[in-house]
Write a protein that binds this ligand. Structure first.
Ligand code: GLV
Ligand code: MN
Length: 220
């Protein structure tokens, strides 16, 4: 009788080898060369429907939104210019996007996380303290200068602080056409409607007056 053991072993090996691909992938793979997003389509799907191919032009595949410095006059002294599917519909379904991040001296990209993507970044100018915290509450960080690259695993809270003398510039990339961003301070203190104050006083172990002070910084 023929033994099925080698066959079972091969099946198990294949499943084991394929498992990480499913676990680690972000946006699903595209099913065609491109699907330039029709952002105004009346139907709602998981992603965006495609513009008819006949209506697609070269302009759909080029983006010049990164050519200008962002306006960093805000409380954090920073600016993010996203090239995600909403700004650059040619990225639709391709599982990729980028940001241009400008920092005034002392500027901070405040702690935030991307629910749908891992982030990589390359410092182009200046000196940035780049850090993230794992789900085990371990903080990893490094001061980075031009040409250096970092990675922030998907979903983890991270920030960049300009610790140089002048302005700083960073480009980041994501394995999602719409990574999403949950900015910790505004998520907690400037949501609409507001999180009940007893949740915030209990979570941060402070009184309502302290919560009110923090909220007032975000105009809420
Ligand atoms: C940086 O953290 C970015 O999200 O672009
Ligand atoms: Mn980020």
């Amino acid at each position: 009788m023929i033994s099925l053991a080698p066959f079972h072993f091969l099946c198990s090996l294949t499943v084991l080898l394929l498992l990480p691909l499913h676990v680690s992938s972000s946006d699903p793979d595209p099913l065609q060369d491109f699907c330039v997003a029709d952002l105004k389509a009346p139907i709602s799907v998981n992603g965006f429907p495609c513009k008819p191919a006949a209506a697609v032009t070269s302009d759909d595949f080029f983006f010049d939104g990164f050519t200008k410095e962002g306006n960093t006059t805000n409380i954090f002294g920073w600016s993010v210019t996203p090239a995600n599917v909403l700004a650059f519909p040619g990225l639709n379904t391709l599982g990729i996007s980028m940001n241009r991040v400008d920092f005034a001296p002392g500027g901070l990209n405040p702690p935030h996380s991307h629910p749908r993507a891992t982030e990589t970044g390359v410092v182009i100018k200046g000196k940035l303290l780049v850090g993230f915290v794992t789900t085990s509450n371990v903080f990893y960080s490094k001061v980075m200068t031009a040409g250096q690259m970092f990675v922030v695993p998907r979903g983890l809270v991270h920030f960049q602080l300009n610790v140089g003398e002048g302005k700083a510039l960073l480009f980041t990339a994501f394995n999602s056409h719409l990574p999403g961003s949950a900015v910790v301070p505004t998520t907690l203190f400037a949501s609409s409607p507001s999180i009940p104050v007893e949740v915030l006083t209990k979570a941060f172990q402070v009184d309502k007056a302290t919560i009110d002070i923090i909220k007032s910084k975000f105009g809420s």
